[in-house]
Structures are given as C-alpha cells and as structure tokens.
Design a protein. Structure first.
Lengths: 359, 309
C-alpha cells in the first residue's frame, strides 16, 4: 500500500499573517505547517548573503526565512505570484536554494495562470491529492476570516496603544490575541480569540487627548506591514503618543479589492490617470484621504529598490505640497539601523507636534 | 485657412529605442511633426537626476532629462503607458507609471502630455490604444487606422532589417561578444554606446541578445526561465538561449539599479554555464575609464582561455 506522505509546508514570515497560513495549511489542506522562526538579524544576514545585490529587500528577507524554514524541517515551500518583481521571486528563490543544496518541493504560483479557476484545484491537489474539498472550502474561508480579524485588531491596536495604561496591559491584550490566532484549531477558537480581544481592547481605559496627533502610514506591501522589516515603526510612533493609521493590509488590498481598485481611482483621477503600480492607487488615495481628514503627517515606507513605490513618490510630494501635510520618506534595506530610524522619527514627531500647537 | 501643424515631442530614452519607427510614421502619416530630443549628454543627465527621486534607475533619470529638454518646444510630449502584452509578457512597472510620474514632476511647466495605454491583461491592445490616441488628436478613425497600419509595417521592416544585420555579424570571423541589455541602455550614447564603441575599437564584434526574431525569442526564453514575466527580459533570455553557442563571451549590461535585471541577470549567471560572462552595471559616473578597464580584462580573459593571448 502506498502511503501518501503528509507535507511539511512553509511560507516565509510575513507580518502577523503566518497564523492564517498555518490555519489554512493545517485545517483546510490537511498538511503540517512549519512555522519559520521569527525574523531576526540572522535571517537578514542569511538572505543578504545569497541574494543578488540590488534586488528589493523583501526578497532577501524571504530567502532568509525560507532557509530557516527548511532547516526547521519544511519539505514544501510555497511562493506567491505578484504584479511587480514579486512575481519573479519564486523562480529565483528556488534556484538559489537548489544551488545551496537544499532538497524540497517548491510550489510557485507564478507557474499557474491564476486567472483560471481550475488552476486553483491543481494547486490544492499538489498540496494534498486526497483533500476533502468541502472541508477545504469551509476552512479556507475561516482562514480568510482570521486574516480579517488580524487586520481589524492590528488596526485598532496601533490606533490606541500609544494611549494605554503604562503597565503594558494594552500591548498584552494584543499579544494574547495573536497567541490565540497562532494556536487556533477550529472556527470556535478563532471566534473566541477575536471576541476576547475585542472585549479586552475596549475595556482597557485610554488616556487620549481630545486632538491627538494622527499619522497615516502608506507604502510597500511587505515593508509597511511587517513590523520586523520596518523596525517596528508603527509601535515606535505610537509610543510617542501618536494615533497610527494604516489602510494597507491584506483585507483591504485583496479581500475587499480583488481585481483592480477602480473605485479608489475615482477620487484620485486628478493625481493619476492610470494605475501606476500594484499598490499605487491605494497609497495615493489613502495619502490624500489622510490629508483631507486633517492628519498631522504621513510616513511613506518602502524597501530599497521598490520600483512602484519610488514612482509614487512624486505624486506624494505633490499631495504634501497641496495639502501642507509633512511626509516622512523611509527606505529600508538590510542594514537600516534602529538608532538612525529613531532619530528621524523623533525629529518628525517634534515637527508635527510643533505644527499642531502653532496651527 | 491653413491648419496649424501639431508637433509631438518624443523623448529619446526608454521606449523610444523600441518604438521610434512606429511613433514617427504614425504621427507623420497623420500630418503631424515629430520633435525628438537630442542624444543624451551630460546636461540631460544632470537635469534628469535633479528631477528624479534619488533611488530611481539611471534610465528614468535620463528619460526625465529628455522630457525636460522638450518641454515648451512642442504641443504634446508622448509618454505612453505600456503595462503588458498578456500573461508573462509584462513591462517593468516603471512603464506603467511613467505618464503619471512625468505629469506629476512637470505639473507646473504648462506642458501638455499625450499618452496611450497598452494593457492586454485588461483587454487594451496596441491597435485600440493608437485608435484612441489618433482620435484624441482630432483625426478620423479611418485615417488613424491607415496611419497605424503603415506605422506597424514600417516598424516591422525596420526591426527586421536590423535583426538581419546582426544575424550576418554572427558569420563574421573574430571575437564575438553577446551583450544582454535593454535597447534603451545599449543604444544610449551615455550608457551602453561607450561599451560597444570600446569593443569595436579593440577588434571585438559586439552582438545584441535582444536583436533576434522576437516570437522565436519568447519561445526560447522558456529554456532558461519558465516564469520570467518581463517581455524585454524574455527577448534577451531567448536571444541568449539561441546564440550562446555562437559567441565567445556574454556581457550582462544593466543600468543601476534596474529592477528586472537585478533578478534576471542573477538567474542567467546561475543557469548559463560554460561561457565567460561579465556583469556590468552602469552608474551615472562621469568617465568611461572604469568600464574600459573591466572590458579590457574581460576580453583578455576570453583571449587567454582561447589560447590567443
């Protein structure tokens, strides 16, 4: 009797979404999930060492994370497709890992025509040929719901955590929520974890001034969302006593705007006639939205070499000039230091704080 | 009353090198004049660098310099948006953003810009784009269709003649080096031209990976990379796959920091074995001495390997 072996699947670390990957791989696909170790300086060193020099930084981060996942026991790696250079990550990552001598199966979504529905079935069958489709659909949707919960709670957290009690209660409530998501085994766990977090965050008293400083975050899809990659810029800003707002996340970008963002472009037609890149429309729209809502500043986050985000910058500069809203442009590469970032954030904070008092 | 002629400005950078026969013929057939910016020089590069975001690629900096040189000299400057020609046939995202990027940078110049959009994944092909473009310029659909047809023919003939010229070079005797570069890099007088000039001066025949039958190249590109998504990179990959046996060395020539090249050239270096290879990244440096030193040593290595040194 030929036994089909259960795969040990992994996907590189990405913000706090690995809980949802884990859930989908284990509950929907019936495979094992190998959680890559949390990103560290070591991950970056590994990734940088074997990557081409001027590829965008998330490539280096993902390569490092994949090496760590393989060493943690993964035998199947998944890589996504994408509209920018991300769409070519897969083939080059696989080649580099094979040249290093690792043995694994590589499921590269760029090899599939993702506009065709039957391709999805082929992909699912590659993970597990004996998959139960009814279960798969139910659990996959639950995994997406977990993603939405993570985004919702994360959004609420960064908006308020700068004003929570000094004993770290607020942060702990968020950490507890993440733990619940990372350990969820079924729908009941997901829902219970979400509800507990919602209750906890709402019951903790906040000492927020009537007109707090508000900063909007825009930028590249990986670096703006991954706290390790952006050196926890959101937490750092929040800790100074700032409401941090970020629209960009998986829920808003993919689950609510599946194919194109035509309805976002309506409002920014005067700023850009066309789609300028994968996340450009959303970033331009949100930047202006923040400006119109009277936010005190914007932070634009990208990795070194991110072409679409470099190209959005002239538009952001115009928004900044038209609405008199300060923009802090941050570029992250594998060497960006915590201290340098802190200095720039402090200067930015002082400036928007002073403006608020004067204006 | 005589109708005033419309002048269309064509920046001599980026897609100009791919489409100039098409653009020129199209606008001239519609009774318009075409103004092309001069060859890239120090002044154009410096103006472009001042206008661009620091981290942008050298090619875009040069492009903005060319646009600046045309501002105020023509009725419209053509800045197309060319996104893709279908699945796995994309352009770098920079070609999606150029129209809006240019408009943002030059928004206070009073200059009018003209654009057309090719995005076949969104069912917008080139023929439809040109029809729309011609009609926006006030020409009848019939005239526009005719002009586009003639322009397409001119472009095909022009390209075919160039490919034939290069194909003949493969039969010449002498040291041959295949250069893998985007046309706007290798043909630019400030970027790739010094490289080809130098090679010719030392008796080496420079050949171009992208100067091959394009349909064939797209097919052959799959031998080297199965998921490469960029049209121009695939042409280059295909050219290498078709001609790697006919040359003595390969030069991967790119402009700093070209997004697609950063990845594709790494893959080429890992997959194309058995032929000497030089990875040359061009920056906005003022002299050519550094580049020439590297080329010289590369040629020496090839000659040494072949026992001719």
């Amino acid at each position: 009797m030929s036994e089909i072996k259960t795969r040990n699947v992994s996907f590189p670390r990405y913000a706090e979404y690995n809980c949802a990957f884990k859930y989908i791989v284990e509950q929907a696909l019936g495979c094992k999930y190998v959680m890559p170790p949390a990103l560290t300086k070591h991950t970056m060193e590994l990734g940088t060492k074997y990557s081409p020099d001027f590829v965008c930084t998330p490539f280096k981060t993902m390569l490092g994370s994949m090496i760590e996942a393989l060493e943690a026991g993964a035998d199947t790696l998944l890589m996504t497709h994408g509209l920018c250079r991300l769409g070519y990550y897969g083939e080059l990552l696989e080649q580099i890992l094979r040249d290093l001598g690792y043995q694994f199966e590589f499921i590269n979504l760029s090899e599939y025509d993702m506009s065709k529905k039957k391709e999805y079935i082929r992909i699912v069958r590659r993970f597990n040929p004996r998959v139960n489709y009814a279960r798969f659909l139910v659990q996959f949707m639950e995994g997406l719901r977990m993603t939405e919960y993570v985004d919702e709670i994360t959004c609420e957290y960064y908006k308020n955590c700068g004003f929570g009690p000094s004993d770290g209660q607020y942060r702990r409530a968020y950490q507890d929520f993440l733990t619940a998501m990372y350990t969820a085994q079924g729908r009941a766990d997901v829902e219970a974890g979400y509800r507990a977090a919602k209750r906890a965050l709402q019951s903790i008293p906040l000492s927020k001034p009537q007109r707090p400083l508000r900063v909007g975050i825009v930028g590249e899809f990986y670096t703006a969302m991954d706290a390790f990659s952006n050196l926890e810029v959101e937490q750092k800003l929040a800790d100074m006593g700032v409401e941090v707002h970020r629209w960009m996340n998986v829920t808003n970008q993919f689950l609510r705007y599946g194919s194109g963002q035509k309805n976002l472009r309506v409002k920014v037609r005067d700023l850009c006639q066309y789609e300028m890149g994968p996340t450009s429309t959303a970033n331009i729209w949100y930047a202006r939205e923040c400006a119109e809502r009277g936010y005190d500043g914007l932070v634009h986050i990208k990795s070194a070499g991110c072409t679409p985000e470099i190209d959005v910058m002239p538009v952001l500069q115009n928004i900044s000039a038209d609405y008199k809203i300060p923009v802090l442009y941050l570029t992250y590469d594998a060497q960006t230091s915590d201290v340098g970032l802190m200095t720039r954030l402090e200067a930015f904070y002082d400036m928007i704080d002073m403006r608020k008092k004067v204006l | 009353m005589e109708k005033q002629t419309i002048t269309i400005g064509l920046p001599r950078a980026l897609l100009y090198y791919r489409y100039y026969a098409l653009w020129r013929t199209f606008f001239q057939e519609l009774g318009m004049e075409v103004a092309v910016s001069g060859p890239t020089d120090r002044d154009i590069l410096e103006r472009g660098t001042a206008l661009a975001i620091d981290e942008a690629c050298l090619s875009l900096k040069i492009y903005l310099g060319h646009v600046a040189a045309l501002v105020g000299r023509c009725d419209y400057i053509l800045v197309p948006r060319v996104s893709n020609f279908g699945r796995h046939r994309s352009m770098c995202t920079r070609f999606e953003s150029t129209p809006d990027l240019v408009r943002s940078v030059f928004r206070n110049s009073g200059q009018e810009f003209l654009s057309y959009e090719v995005d076949e994944e969104q069912k917008k092909d080139e023929a439809a784009a040109f029809l729309e473009l011609g009609r926006a310029l006030g020409r009848s659909p019939k005239d526009v269709r005719r002009a586009y047809k003639l322009a397409k023919k001119a472009q095909a003939a022009h390209y075919k003649a160039r490919v034939q010229k290069y194909e003949q070079q493969y039969r010449r005797s002498g040291l041959k080096v295949l250069i893998a570069a985007h046309s706007y890099v290798i043909e630019d007088p400030y970027m790739g031209r010094p490289v080809t000039d130098y090679l010719k001066r030392v008796g080496v025949i420079p050949l171009r990976a992208d100067m091959v039958d394009r349909d064939g190249a797209l097919k052959h590109s799959r031998e080297l990379s199965s998921t490469c998504k960029w049209e121009i990179s695939r042409e280059i990959l295909g050219g290498i796959a078709m001609h790697r046996g006919d040359v003595d060395g390969v030069i991967l020539l790119s402009a700093f920091p070209c997004g697609p090249d950063a990845m594709v050239n790494e893959l080429i270096a890992r997959r194309v074995k058995g032929v000497p290879m030089l990875n040359l990244v061009l920056d906005s440096q003022s002299g050519t001495a550094g580049v020439e030193t590297r080329l010289e040593s590369f040629i020496d290595i090839i000659r040494f390997q072949e026992g001719k040194l």
